[in-house]
Design a protein around this ligand. Sequence first.
Ligand code: BES
Ligand code: ZN
Ligand code: ZN
Length: 505
Amino acid sequence: MKIKVTSKPLGDVKADALVVIHEELGLLAETEKAGLKAHLETFARDVAEKRTRAEWFCTLEKDTGVATRHLLLESVTFTSYAPHDEPLKMTAARAVGTCRKYSLTHLAVAVHHELAEDKAAAILEGIVLGDFQDTRFKGQREGEEKSRKLALTFVVPKGREVAVRQRLDRVLTIASAQNTARELVNAPHHVLTPEAMAAHARKLGRSLGLQVSVIDEKGMKREGFQPTFQVGRGSEYPPRLIVVRYRPKKARVKTHVALVGKGMTFDSGGLNIKGPTMHWMNYDMAGAAAVLGAVEAVARLGLPIRVTGVVAAAHNAVDGAAYHPGAILTAKNGKTIYVDNTDAEGRLVLTDALWLAGRERADVIMDFATLTGAVSMALGDIYAGLFTDDEVLRNLLLEAGQNCGEELWPLPLCRELESSLNHHLADIANRAKDRKAGATHAANFLKQFVPDGARWAHVDIAGVARAESSNRYFGVGGTGFGVRLCVEALRLMVEHPEGAGRRTG
Ligand code: BES
Ligand code: ZN
Ligand code: ZN
């Protein structure tokens, strides 16, 4: 995507269409010439009187004072109740959709606003995430051109060009990494196998100077990563444990953060096989995708904080070798786990990933996992469930979510419910006796495997990782939830090191 920032008068800005987004705060472009002004004023009046729909597209007559052939007016007012700049992002996504419909790919966006940096950032984010279309698996018809690249020109007030440019570069880096995560989420299980995920990580490593190590199934057997080995053994696509290390040239805070992701490339349920929604389960690696996307963005931005991504990738499938209900596994921390249900596999592989985060000596561990159907029943597809006993980390993540639009809602870890995971043969069972509070039981389970001394938060993204129908600026499919959240949380840790904290053990 080509992006220009200019403060030239609109009469000198060449593009296919001029996009003006009107909102109550007044994002109305200042235009010198009467021809355009009339359009803007009519639209603003119609919006105020709720007489028009949210947008207005027209072809301009000559001598309007702008150099584009078309004008697209958008109103934020009609968009939604979502907080902060989310409506603006949604509006921008709708604008780019309309322009695509008319085959217009070079857009000038007027951002004559007091908060030009913030508003331009939100608009670009909406455009990059909203314009994402996953055409990799569509057949190409003859004569059809591959999707044309967008070019954008942001028209901003004089003197703000450099500041806006910096913000846009940052937004583009993060949103592009998020789109890469969405591609990972959408890819079917035979394309994005655990080994393909490892290959993706190695490629990131080579291009961004990250140190990457991968443990394959033989290594798992040798080194005793029983849970991941067992979950993956019913598949012809063997499991991988992946560690990706980003080390900044000069860290500004001492904290070392591990991002841990569930990477189930497909979850059939195993022998406790799933019902009719099984086909959704190729998105069961969305936590891993978020982690890899976040590390990619952090490395490209050069954030001054140590970050390690840890991914447990496996394919939960069925064959004669598949692990069975009733099996008893030993996790790396020595605890034994009774496999009550082979469909509660995410928490099993995460024990290995959490242990690896401890071996990396991470101070703070944040895990992302499409862990339970229960969380999506409780919270739906806007909020992800946040579980942590660490108040500072909780507040930091809640703030990060608010800032970036990937919102979290706290749910309890519950000491009283811990006994529901007791088992007469093993230290813990992977499914609770109590069938209620499923998301809490899963989080309670993970808590038993958090390395000593590390601060930990668990984010259950089962409800938010995939949009079933268009949702905010996302079309159907993977959302890449977690990429912006992680980057924003890490930014906050750098900005406020007092809250970043170090391990105690
Ligand atoms: N990947 C699923 C979680 C899931 C289920 C996400 C439905 C989205 C929709 C996870 O591995 C799983 O199957 N969890 C079980 C746990 C149960 C067997 C204790 C669940 O949530 O039903
Ligand atoms: Zn499952
Ligand atoms: Zn799963």
